[in-house]
Design a protein around this ligand. Structure first.
Ligand SMILES: Cc1cc2nc3c(=O)[nH]c(=O)nc-3n(C[C@H](O)[C@H](O)[C@H](O)COP(=O)(O)OP(=O)(O)OC[C@H]3O[C@@H](n4cnc5c(N)ncnc54)[C@H](O)[C@@H]3O)c2cc1C
Length: 355
């Protein structure tokens, strides 16, 4: 019977990036995906690569900063191997922080006051008397990134099993022997749980991940040049894509595994976008959608080896999984290969919730 060195449960951006990193060291890798790879949170995201201390959880900074630095190289590799473009943009972000952050001046060291009047930087923005900062920050189209990562992983020789959920990690004498799905069993001495918001559903460990819904919409603008920067304010954020679409977000809702959008919420986001850019009044709503972020009780990812020899986990990336994909892949590939890891992973330890 065929076997693999490593099986990854879950083909979102975390599982896909990790599969590519593992293939580089020669491992035979299988991704077991319940649906279609890349179609859950990883395709629903906004794609802002937010690593500034103003908004990043302090404990996450040690992952966020290096991951943001890795992004151009990460994208270059995926684009080259897939032959697809993922719209990595580096025009930066204009942020209107909530008043309490402006008063505290917390973390404003990474932000700079605008180097030109708002009306010059973004002529389409309505006049706004709030304090605004410029952040050197990139964005990517997550749907394009996830699709390209699937193609790149296939190109690298990663195997896929799609359409059948993993239900348990198999053990013999306490060590991993493979993964069982609702239809079959796959053999490997190492398994990594990358099942996002659903990670807690695969036996034997009940990782405390929970779905945190976010609703979004995208607009097609008559003019491609309507917005150049990402614009982020407490009430709404706007992410321009290079083809003229503007993605508008979002909500943070604890409503279980429910991916429906609702009209009042989408209308509220649309109205907030139009208030910020009046010319969006003429824009068409292309689509709306919702995705489920993998949340955890302390809002930090769960990364590393579990108490079961051969069983690893990389999930719980909550609002930052697109940003954190490159560093997660690098760290987890080292952990799984038994290489020294230079990162302190104790804040993300899978065992921390048992304490
Ligand atoms: C609205 C919204 C906006 C966001 N904006 C941003 C942003 O701007 N920047 C940013 O960095 N992040 C953002 N995020 C967060 C980011 O999308 C996630 O953190 C990231 O996609 C998590 O990746 P993942 O691979 O862990 O999860 P997912 O993409 O959800 O992948 C998990 C995969 O596991 C599969 N699976 C589940 N159960 C099983 C099973 N039993 N067996 C096999 N497969 C299974 C699922 O089908 C899925 O494909 C946003 C998320 C949302 C929802």
């Amino acid at each position: 019977m065929k076997s693999w060195d490593v099986i990854i449960a879950g083909g979102g951006i975390i599982g896909l990036s990790l599969s590519i990193a593992l293939r580089k060291s020669g491992a035979r890798v299988l991704i077991v995906e319940r649906g279609e790879p890349g179609r859950e949170a990883s395709s629903a995201a906004g794609g802002m690569l937010v690593d500034g201390s103003l908004e990043t959880h302090a404990a996450l900074q040690s992952l966020a900063t290096p991951s943001a630095r890795l992004y151009p190289e990460f994208v270059h590799e995926i684009e080259t191997q897939s032959g697809m473009k993922v719209d990595l943009r580096d025009q930066g972000t204009i942020i209107f922080p909530p008043p309490e952050q402006v008063h505290e001046h917390a973390g404003l060291t990474t932000a700079a006051l605008l180097n030109a009047p708002l009306a010059e930087l973004e002529p389409a923005l309505a006049e706004d008397s709030r304090v605004a900062f410029h952040l050197k920050e990139r964005s990517v189209d997550p749907q394009a990134l996830a699709a390209a990562a699937v193609k790149a992983a296939k190109h690298q020789g990663v195997d896929f099993s799609s359409g059948d959920p993993a239900i348990s990690v198999n053990l013999s004498n306490g060590s991993v022997t493979g993964l069982t799905t609702t239809k079959t069993t796959f053999l490997a001495s190492k398994v990594i749980n990358c099942a996002g918001a659903w990670a807690g559903q695969i036996a034997p460990h009940k990782f405390p991940t929970r779905p945190v819904k976010g609703q979004m919409l995208s607009l097609v603008t008559p003019s491609r040049a309507l917005l150049s920067h990402v614009v982020r304010a407490p009430e709404v954020y706007l992410i321009p894509r290079s083809d003229g679409r503007i993605v508008v977000g979002t909500t943070v809702e604890q409503v279980g595994f429910d991916k429906r959008t609702d009209v009042p919420t989408i209308q509220r986001l649309y109205r907030a976008a139009v208030k910020m850019i009046p010319a969006l009044r003429d824009a068409k709503i292309l689509k709306d959608w919702a995705g489920l972020r993998p949340g955890t009780p302390d809002d930090l990812p769960i990364l590393g080896a579990t108490a079961t020899p051969g069983y690893y986990v990389a999930t719980g990336h909550f609002r930052d999984g697109i940003l954190l994909a490159p560093i997660t892949a690098q760290i987890m590939a080292d952990v799984v290969a038994g290489n020294p890891c230079h990162q302190d992973l104790s804040p993300f330890s899978p065992g921390r919730f048992a304490r």
